[in-house]
Design a protein around this ligand. Structure first.
Ligand SMILES: [Ca+2]
Ligand SMILES: [Ca+2]
Length: 288
């Protein structure tokens, strides 16, 4: 599997943790026991490492290779994870329980469940998944890998309350992965887009295409540090956007998309950035 998927799968893929049953036969409290309150927060990966399960001394530093990860744990036992590798950003979401030094993650509809070992020392959390793969020797065949993330508490980011309101897209620019100088702004071509965000994270998006046809959708948004994760009600695969928010202007960038730049009927891999301007804020009915 591609590494970007693999890193995301540190939360998204199934893993049977060895000896993680709840038959705790030990004497006294488990020193690894985690409590919800100490896990709640936003966590940024400062360490992200793949180790070859056949030779744990063979390690790859994924941060040095441009990888990044942010984990958000909420008091209502929701968990969301955003990982970037090789310029692709992906998200995984679910709910979780904790016990015996593990996070048992129940992926949201359409997403996989898994178990992660987890330990906490002050404001440093270490999360590991031993059921991953990585091509350590670059021969195109992936070896079994243990992925370990070291995460630190983060104070950065924004909340849904910061983006409540109705927003219009003023630019929606696709960039060709193969040639970043090739860009198309579909707003200039006649596309319009409006999104309304409610305080509970629900959103309704209406896109009108060049030919006048409309494409409505709705779902739920979640903030994860500097990212916004959208889960469409129909398509459960979450989409992660990096978000730059400045008052009533918001730029959302998605890396996992495609666009037919040369109009040959085949889409090319692309990223896009949408520039949204807020037209209506809560408590401010009507227009500016
Ligand atoms: Ca290999
Ligand atoms: Ca094409």
């Amino acid at each position: 599997m591609p590494l970007d998927r693999m890193v995301t799968a540190a939360v998204g893929a199934a893993m049977i943790a060895p000896g993680c049953g709840d038959d705790n036969s030990g004497a006294g409290p488990d020193p690894n026991e985690l409590t919800l309150s100490e896990l709640v927060g936003t966590w940024d990966a400062t360490g992200l490492e793949a180790a070859n399960r056949a030779d744990l001394s063979e390690k790859v530093d994924l941060i040095e290779l441009g990888g990044a990860a942010t984990l958000k744990i909420e008091s209502n036992r929701r968990i969301a994870f955003v990982a970037t590798f090789e310029s692709e950003t992906e998200a995984a979401t679910g709910s979780f329980t904790i016990g015996n030094g593990f996070l048992y993650i129940d992926g949201d509809a359409g997403q996989e469940s898994m178990t992660l070992s987890c330990s906490l020392s002050g404001d440093t959390m270490t999360v590991a998944n031993t059921a991953q793969t990585y091509d350590f020797d670059g021969n195109g065949i992936e070896e079994g890998a243990r992925i370990t993330m070291v995460l630190e508490r983060s104070a950065s980011g924004f909340t849904i309350a910061d983006i409540v309101g109705t927003w219009n897209a003023t630019r929606w620019e696709f960039t060709n992965d193969a040639d970043p100088s090739e860009k198309v702004d579909v707003i200039e071509r006649g596309v319009t887009a409006t999104v309304t965000v409610q305080s509970d994270g629900r959103y309704a998006l209406l896109i009108t295409l060049e030919d006048g046809s409309t494409d409505p959708s709705a779902g739920v948004l979640q903030t994860v540090g500097e990212y916004l994760v959208a889960r469409d009600d129909v398509d459960p695969e979450p989409e992660a956007f990096s978000c730059a928010l400045a008052g009533d202007v918001m730029a959302l960038t998605s890396t996992n998309t495609s666009y037919d730049f040369d109009e040959d009927g085949l889409d090319e891999n692309a990223s896009y950035t949408v520039r949204w301007e807020r037209r209506v804020r809560p408590g401010m009915p009507g227009d500016e």
